[in-house]
Design a protein around this ligand. Structure first.
Ligand code: CUA
Length: 361
């Protein structure tokens, strides 16, 4: 009894604050509904089997406990029983296999999609490339490291919020092509019924059709490094006309970004842009002041490669260094950001080399 009180006492605060449920969610897509009803069907079949088997067992134990004189039946090779206990489980398995197979076949049918989105996992953020419309962007957690590690008195969802969610049109078939840039991640939105690994050098496919407009949340579900717990997925489902407007805006923004490579940049503009790019791409390993965390993350401040050998520096940033934690940033930073970040590193922290790399170069 004391254990029960203790357990109740420990669980009470968790039960009173956490939003919890015993069952899985039926979700908001046809697939997630199919999975849910499959789950419920199989659950009830198991419940019936359990009640029958344990019922007979307990009945046998208790019905005869007051008659010690009776001898248990002793026989083997009963043809009827053997036929029954082969046929009945076989029928049950077939009854479960038919809807399960239909659901699986449907889940793997990624043909005839209306929208194709490439989803790439990075340590620790997602990139969404809208293949049909030729634009893409990163979805970062909208919270600084300081906030993550010193979390207090924050809104309910602040660790599940991102700056740029994936946007999809309601009612359209969206095909997802999942891969990763560094290690294995896994893209999961419970209410869509999708959980798919994102593996470097490999493309996994999944699809979804969201019926209800709204914001849907998930998490990376493959242990992928120190910030695995802070790699949320946010999908915003909007009506088709709103989606079309959003796509037009994104395409214009991508075009403006491309035109920036032709602009005549000044040192001040490049430094300002470089500081931002450095903060988002480099500072989490090499520190904001360039001091790094040797030996894994070398200092850039005063380093030979950051200050003297520009080609080698560019090569390292664009292609990464295999066998180390240095990722390839060629597809993570735009050409403008690459030029800006190189310029920034050469001139920040009191180096003031005055050397500028422009996007045109
Ligand atoms: Cu990415 Cu865990």
């Amino acid at each position: 009894k004391r254990a029960g009180v203790l357990l109740g006492g420990l669980m009470a605060p968790a039960l009173s604050t956490a939003d919890w449920t015993l069952n899985m969610s039926p979700g908001v897509t046809g697939t997630s509904n199919d999975i849910f009803s499959l789950h419920m069907t199989i659950l009830w079949i198991c419940v019936v089997i359990g009640v029958v088997v344990f019922g007979i067992m307990f009945w046998s134990i208790f019905a005869h406990r007051k008659s010690p004189d009776r001898k248990p039946a002793n026989f083997h090779e009963n043809t009827l029983v053997e036929i029954l206990w082969t046929i009945i489980p076989l029928v049950i398995l077939v009854v479960m296999a038919i809807p399960a197979t239909a659901t699986l076949v449907d889940m793997y049918d990624t043909t005839e999609a209306d929208v194709d989105i490439k989803v790439t996992g990075y340590q620790w953020r997602w990139k969404y490339d809208y293949i049909n419309d030729d634009f893409g962007y990163f979805s970062n957690i909208s919270t600084s490291d300081d906030e993550i590690y010193n979390r207090t008195e924050k809104s309910e969802n602040y660790l599940l919020d991102v700056d740029n969610p994936m946007v999809v049109p309601v009612g359209a078939k969206v095909r997802l092509l999942l891969t990763a840039n560094d290690v294995i991640h896994s893209w999961w939105v419970p209410e869509f019924g999708i959980k798919k690994d994102a593996i470097p050098g490999f493309i996994n496919e999944a699809w979804t059709r969201v019926d209800e407009p709204g914001i849907y949340r998930g998490q990376c579900t493959e242990l992928c490094g120190v910030k695995h717990g802070f790699m949320p997925v946010v999908v915003k489902a909007v009506p088709q006309d709103e989606y079309d407007d959003w796509v037009a805006e994104q395409k214009e923004a991508a075009q403006r970004e491309r035109e920036l490579t032709q602009k005549d940049w000044t040192m001040e503009e490049l430094m300002e842009r470089g500081e931002k790019a450095y903060a988002s791409a480099c500072a989490s390993c090499h520190q904001a002041d360039g001091s790094g965390s040797p030996p894994a993350f070398p200092a850039l401040k005063g380093s030979q490669i950051a200050l003297e050998d520009m080609d080698a520096h560019l090569d390292v940033v664009v292609n990464g260094v295999s066998g180390t934690a240095m990722q390839a940033f060629g597809d993570q930073l735009s050409e403008v950001d690459l030029a800006a970040v190189i310029t920034y590193e050469r001139n920040a922290w009191g180096n003031d080399t005055g050397e500028m790399v422009t996007p045109k170069e």
